[in-house]
Design a protein. Structure first.
Length: 213
């Protein structure tokens, strides 16, 4: 039997999907490799970040300007933003909200807590949300949740589209004209109850109702 050379499995990969693996493998990472921090930790405002006093109107004005004049509403937390949005839109008991199959548990629980029924929608070959042909009626709204801004969803015919991008931060180029509402997390604190949230509203009347809910 031929003796095989000793392989440093901790730092080498000989996987069949790696063409170079046939040549003896390449280092994946060195022994002193330091893992990158999770995205959530990177986005959260550092505790020692310099802060200046600002009123709520000033914060609204600054965010609206940063998002190219969009209508925005600031709230204390993502959970509160979801609660207020559902209430302001009049979506409650008996209503149906379409969500992707990989929707986060907090989003699904927020929908259920309002008395609304979440419906998991099928996907197309391009990973877009599709109408559920087996359902008796269309959902009252589709609440999409693209992970990290990947595969931004398209609206279904005659169904309002809400986008939940709470794992990201507001960016002008991320705003979709067909989205009635886009929800962002602001990641101002490790405490989710104080981390802040930003609703970007294309529907001015809905924004007004959110502000007074």
């Amino acid at each position: 039997m031929t003796d095989l050379p000793s392989i440093d499995w901790a730092n080498r990969w000989l996987g069949g999907f790696c063409a170079v693996g046939a040549l003896g493998g390449l280092p994946v990472r060195g022994p002193d490799y330091v893992a990158h921090p999770p995205l959530e930790a990177v986005l959260t405002l550092p505790a020692d970040a310099p802060l200046t006093a600002a009123t709520t109107p000033q914060a609204h004005t600054a965010w609206a300007a940063a998002l190219e004049g969009a209508t925005v509403v600031l709230l204390r937390s993502v959970a509160r933003a979801r609660e207020v949005l559902l209430a302001a839109a009049g979506i409650g008991v008996g209503a149906v909200v379409g969500v992707p199959a990989n929707a986060s548990r907090p989003l699904v629980e927020a929908i259920k807590h309002s008395g609304t029924t979440p419906r998991f929608l099928p996907l197309t070959a391009s990973l877009q949300l599709a109408a559920d042909a087996s359902a008796e009626a269309s959902p009252h709204v589709v609440w999409a949740q693209p992970v990290g801004g990947l595969v931004m969803p398209a609206a279904l015919p005659d169904v309002p589209l809400w986008i939940d991008a709470t794992d990201s931060v507001p960016l002008p180029q991320a705003l979709l004209p067909e989205a009635q509402v886009t929800l962002y997390g602001l990641h101002l604190s490790p405490d989710e109850r104080e981390a802040g949230a930003l609703l970007v509203c294309a529907d001015l009347s809905l924004a007004h109702r959110i502000m007074h809910t």
